[in-house]
Ligand binder design. Sequence first.
Ligand SMILES: Nc1ncnc2c1ncn2[C@@H]1O[C@H](COP(=O)(O)OP(=O)(O)O)[C@@H](O)[C@H]1O
Ligand SMILES: [Mg+2]
Length: 235
Amino acid sequence: MPILQAEHLEKTFAAASQAGAAVAAVCDVNLAIEVGECVAITGASGSGKSTLLHMLGGITRPTAGSVMLEGIDLATLDDDALALVRRRRIGFVFQRYNLLPELSLVENVALPLVLDGVPFLQSNAAAMSSLETVGMEHRAGHRPDELSGGEQQRGAIARALVAAPAIVLADEPTGALDSVNSRRVIELLHRLAIEQKQTIILVTHDASIAREAGRIIRVQDGRIESDLPSTGAPR
Ligand SMILES: Nc1ncnc2c1ncn2[C@@H]1O[C@H](COP(=O)(O)OP(=O)(O)O)[C@@H](O)[C@H]1O
Ligand SMILES: [Mg+2]
């Protein structure tokens, strides 16, 4: 069974004004992703990559079609149940980290567990272990503004991993990083797919990063233009 499956997935945004036209951001997307795959989604700006990723991750509800995560049709879940699935089964990494500035790094990483009612000692230990995975445990007590962009993004990845999600979705996670830090973040994501059998879906418009994934899905005007194994993958 695929871990993630989309069928006839669509998202149309209503017109902003009566004179405007509706935007078909994603049209008739079909895909199936297996456990442990590392998939790159690529395409021009405005082609619908983020909208697609948000629907796959249960952040946005589709206007038509379905998303099945681990055999569960996300459309059958109410908002509370969907929030739980997002917190427990899906790790989301954003281009701009989205760490809370008033919390220390370890508090940021522990937050998904704290929100889920996990006791402090346990959530703190899990957060420290997640920080070790990304090589950031020595910065646990620092606030985000005391860290570089690359360090903040590794922290954000630690937060995405803390609940041991089945799948990690990353939307242009290196978009705000220099080449050295981009490299570290991408290597980290690949390592997770291999060592922890985590399923990784990564949006990028960097062709060299896309080539390193095992599979490349190209999106154009909201549709899948091609979905092919990558020949440049390192494994
Ligand atoms: N909340 C929204 N309301 C209206 N239009 C949107 C919204 N989000 C995205 N769009 C439009 O949908 C299309 C795809 O956007 P997006 O998924 O962000 O593309 P990408 O991530 O590939 O740059 C664009 O035309 C964008 O303007
Ligand atoms: Mg985008």
